[in-house]
Design a protein around this ligand. Structure first.
Ligand code: GDP
Ligand code: MG
Length: 187
């Protein structure tokens, strides 16, 4: 191949990679609230009943079209167990979107959101776009008051969503809305 062609090709490759929009999405919240399942549901339309605690980091990837733009989404779930606090702090950097997840049948998972937010913000995540998701909407024994959760989110300028990773209800709508809002806010 001539030098000229190689030059042209490498210029083209560089231009393409500049056009690519990578968005890092991080899910935080107590262990067991359904962070991994929400991402699996969105990325792979899959749900698993067998709980495998995230050890360290769970990762997901999806190409998604937001307002006509192709976006490369990377999802990170750093495991809710405080044993992994160091891993989380290391990886909070450059998060574009932070999704705070609680379980609608578990009050303490909702109360823990303040601490999660504090930890996240104190380790480099301040500039992220935030939202709140109450997961496991399919379960009958709901404990977290919907209005209280909506107000908690509103006071912090975040949108509040309800979803079920088990049935897929609200999952795609939530991710799509959050991505659209987040990309708008950053342009
Ligand atoms: P994580 O620790 O926050 O990542 O939680 P996981 O995504 O691993 O889910 C924890 C457990 O909750 C698993 O046993 C899942 O099967 C279950 N789970 C997750 N999402 C839902 C949901 O929407 N509905 C129900 N009923 N169970 C769920
Ligand atoms: Mg997980």
């Amino acid at each position: 191949m001539s030098k000229k062609i190689i030059e042209l090709l490498s210029k083209e490759a560089q231009k393409n990679s500049e056009d690519l929009l990578w968005v890092k999405v991080v899910g935080i919240g107590n262990a067991g609230v359904g962070k991994t399942c929400l991402v699996k549901s969105f990325c792979e339309s899959k749900f698993s009943k067998n709980y495998v605690e995230t050890i360290g980091v769970d990762y997901g990837f999806k190409l998604h079209n937001v307002d006509g733009k192709e976006v490369r989404l990377t999802f990170w779930d750093f495991g809710g167990n405080s044993v992994y606090a160091d891993v989380r702090k290391e990886l909070y950097h450059q998060t574009k979107i932070c999704i705070l997840v609680y379980d609608v049948t578990n009050t303490s998972s909702f109360q823990a959101l303040d601490d999660w937010l504090k930890e996240f913000e104190s380790y480099g995540g301040k500039k992220s776009f935030f939202c709140v998701v109450g997961n496991k909407l399919d379960l009958p024994n709901k404990k977290v008051n919907r209005t209280a959760a909506e107000e908690w989110a509103k006071r912090r300028n975040m949108k509040h969503f309800l979803a079920s990773a088990a049935t897929g209800d609200g999952v795609s709508a939530m991710f799509t809305q959050v991505l659209t809002d987040a990309l708008k806010s950053s342009t």
